[in-house]
Write a protein that binds this ligand. Structure first.
Ligand SMILES: [Zn+2]
Length: 280
């Protein structure tokens, strides 16, 4: 069933688990994620991101994923990730996404607050949740569509002010992760995370989760992370499954099941690490 981001995250901090956002771009990936969530009775968040749009339109993704989210036997939020362009974010809201991320993290904080506050009103009027970001989660070199390499750590006092001013439903924080593949494991600042958590009631989001250790995920959840974003890991698992299953006799159709199975398996592994198994 389709639910908002606000609804899907409401118990996370108190009950100490996080819900995964598994970005998806194909039917096989989307099915693999939803089957994993149903099998483990876990709430889940799915959806594309602005940088993943060129191969299909927002409408194409929405037509496929919205129906699948509604039919799922567990709560599903359909999320438009990292919308930088306000027109696209408004389009996602109008299409029926139950959650959008409006990313103004590269702008000065005053401008980020002003724009986010305005978009929160539009999202809430349509029954949609909104995620924002302050500080900036940068990108590793091989990240898809990397915009900027450097991260800017989130200042806890800025986070408190930002949440109070904007009324956003979730806040992405920069505590040492980056988007894409890591060459060396990142050093996370758990002190900074706890400080932000102590000042903000708003659910906190960890971006750049692909490749973190199980211990890092568990500590992040214990220290206040409510939502964890995964794309790179499933994206690679899907491609690897396609390559391994390919032979001269296979076509695209024969690759669908192996891709779905690989994404399902990786998603189940992450759901268990995030502690959301059995929460649906
Ligand atoms: Zn991100």
């Amino acid at each position: 069933m389709l639910v908002t981001l606000q609804e899907i995250l409401k118990d996370t901090r108190e009950k100490r688990y996080a819900v995964g956002l598994f970005n998806c771009v194909t039917l096989e990936m989307t099915r693999g994620i939803l089957l994993a969530a149903e099998e483990l009775r876990s709430p889940v968040i799915i959806g594309p991101a602005q940088i993943l749009l060129p191969p299909a339109s927002l409408e194409d993704y929405c037509d496929m994923m919205l129906g699948m989210a509604r039919r799922a036997r567990v709560p599903v939020a359909l999320h438009f990730d990292h919308g930088f362009d306000p027109d696209l974010v408004e389009r996602a809201i109008a299409l029926g996404f139950s959650s959008v991320m409006y990313d103004c993290s590269l702008l000065p904080i005053d401008e980020n607050i002003r724009r986010t506050k305005d978009m929160v009103k539009k999202a809430h009027a349509a029954g949609c949740s909104l995620e924002a970001e302050i500080g900036h989660v940068g990108s590793n070199e091989r990240s898809v569509g990397a915009r900027i390499a450097d991260s800017v750590y989130t200042d806890p006092e800025d986070a408190r002010l930002f949440c109070a001013e904007t009324g956003c439903d979730a806040l992405a924080v920069a505590i040492g992760t980056a988007h894409g593949l890591y060459d060396t494991p990142p050093a996370l600042s758990f002190d900074a995370l706890r400080h932000i958590r102590d000042l903000c009631d708003t659910p906190l989001v960890l971006h750049g989760g692909s490749g973190l250790s199980e211990e890092d995920f568990r500590r992040c959840v214990l220290d206040g992370i409510s939502k964890i974003n995964i794309f790179t890991h499933n994206n690679l698992a899907a491609a690897r499954a396609a390559v391994q299953s390919f032979s001269e006799k296979t076509g695209a159709f024969e690759l669908m099941s192996p891709i779905e199975a690989a994404v399902r398996q990786e998603t189940m592994r992450h759901i268990r690490m995030f502690g959301s198994e059995g929460r649906a």
